[in-house]
Write a protein that binds this ligand. Structure first.
Ligand code: TYD
Ligand code: MG
Length: 458
């Protein structure tokens, strides 16, 4: 495209400018101008959306048949779980995650089982050559795989192939490598990623092909992260877990066809990713004897309870002590330290405090509060919590311990795995005559100071 047809529009106010400027001339916001396709310039003869006009009928809600969406299971239970049962026709799924975490591996495995179940599939690779993909498929034990592969990064050619071959499911690996001729900016820039994803989304809706977009999350921000796409797609899945451990988690952040916050758990093996159907104990480290600074909690994100070990290390700090957390919110850690000081008299002002959720799992629910505080206190005092101990519960600024959602399910899981002592919010404690927590002594607490006193006496 000729340079003079390029247009830059502001992501804040929508104003346009014929050339790139650091500051938007309309709303004065900095760094908000990104390259866009000028409508008239891109398709002077016809409106470029004209082809879609016939697909947009206006009807009343009552006239639309609200049939339940048809889902095609991928054959991988843990992936289907986060998708809400399977892939939906015409649905667009974004899978994000750090490089090397297993996105390509999982999608190749999923495409292969879909192809074997009679679905037409297409794997568009922009990062690796066809030979590399074939090599990976052999390694995964997918010999004789009938998945079609297209090594291409130009959007227009990909769209033409989709139109021509009409697969049921297509994977674009990755969206950051795809570029459109309409734009002059480099592949991976915000403008390219947005434009390409918008075109692919439209193609999916018009043809019924389900499209999976792979996006890398980069820490440096040099490439446009998949975040800019979240609002365009139907489902957003993110890979979690550290690449050093073999476990990988997939979390649904957004799902127009299912529940959010559902988690799928996988283990990376010699032959690709394998679903872990009973993941409740994989995030515990194996201590033969209890050690100071460790407290196990039961987290319940999605539908399954999981036991996760929270570790804390409190050590003498310098003039400005550090507070660091891995897998937990750092602001919340600062808040909990203040509550601990004010309401339980545990002072860490001159100490460095590090907390970590074992196994690279990320815990966003406040039910981790009590376990974090107990782990910190345990590390500070150098005294381990009792063997078989678990705790969960949200702690408020006033020092109150608030109930966690579905506390009984969490306790049942802990009892099932042989834990023997639990400190939980009062509202989560079961009735006295409830027999389903056999072997688990449950101590209900109302305030953080009660919890601290109780733990000291155990
Ligand atoms: P990959 O799917 O290429 O990651 P992404 O597409 O998210 O960048 O995963 C690559 C990693 O997975 C690599 O470090 C090797 C490892 N791996 C296995 O451990 N087993 C396997 O069977 C395969 C194919 C990869
Ligand atoms: Mg890859």
């Amino acid at each position: 495209m000729a340079k003079d047809k390029t247009l830059y529009s502001c992501t804040e106010c929508g104003g346009t400018s014929p050339k790139w400027l650091g500051k938007c001339p309309h709303c004065n916001a900095w760094n908000t101008l990104i390259e866009t396709v000028a409508e008239a310039a891109a398709a002077p003869a016809k409106n470029r959306f004209a082809s879609l006009a016939k697909t947009a009928e206006v009807t009343t809600l009552a006239d639309i048949e609200a049939s339940d969406v048809q889902r095609t299971p991928t054959g991988h239970d843990e992936l289907d779980r986060v998708l809400g049962g399977g892939i939906v026709e015409g649905g667009v799924i974004l899978i994000g995650g750090d490089p090397g975490i297993g996105k390509s591996t999982l999608l190749l495995q999923a495409l292969d089982s879909l192809q074997r179940s009679g679905q037409k599939t297409l794997y568009v690779t922009g990062e690796e050559s066809g030979a590399q993909v074939a090599l990976r498929s052999r390694r995964l034990g997918l010999d004789g795989s009938q998945v079609s592969v297209l090594a291409e990064i130009q959007l227009e050619k990909i769209l033409a192939t989709l139109e021509h071959t009409r697969p049921a499911i297509a994977v674009i690996d990755s969206i950051q490598t795809v570029y459109s001729e309409q734009l002059t900016s480099a592949p991976g820039s915000v403008a390219q990623v947005r434009e390409c994803a918008a075109h692919l989304t439209r193609a999916a809706k018009a043809s019924g092909t389900a499209i999976v977009l792979v996006g890398h999350v980069t820490k440096e921000g040099a490439l446009a992260g998949p975040r800019v796409l979240e609002h365009m797609v139907d489902t957003v899945l993110y890979f979690e877990g550290d690449t050093h451990s073999s476990f990988r988690l997939i979390r649904a952040i957004k799902n127009r066809f299912g529940a959010v916050n559902e988690i799928g758990v996988f283990a990376m093996t010699e032959r690709g990713l394998k679903g872990v159907s009973n993941p409740s104990a994989i995030f515990l480290s194996q201590h033969s004897e209890p050690v100071p600074g460790s407290c196990v909690m039961v987290t319940l994100e999605g539908t399954r309870p999981m036991l996760v070990e929270i570790q804390a290390l409190v050590d003498t700090g310098g003039p400005s002590p550090r507070r660091l957390s891995v897998g937990l919110d750092r602001d919340r850690l600062a808040m909990l330290l203040a509550v601990l000081h004010r309401h339980a008299g545990v002072a860490c002002m001159d100490q460095d405090v590090f907390v970590n959720a074992v196994g690279g799992v990320r815990i966003s629910e406040p039910a981790a509060d009590l376990a974090v505080m107990l782990a910190i206190t345990s590390s500070l005092r150098g005294k381990a919590l009792p063997k078989g101990f678990i705790a969960f519960g949200e702690v408020g600024l006033a020092g109150e311990v608030r109930p966690a959602p579905r506390g009984q399910e969490r306790l049942k899981e802990a009892a099932k795995l042989g834990f023997s002592v639990a400190v939980v919010p009062k509202a989560n404690a079961p009735k006295k005559n409830d027999k389903s927590f056999e072997g688990l002594t449950i101590h209900p607490v109302e305030r953080i100071e009660d919890a601290m006193n109780l733990v000291r006496s155990l």
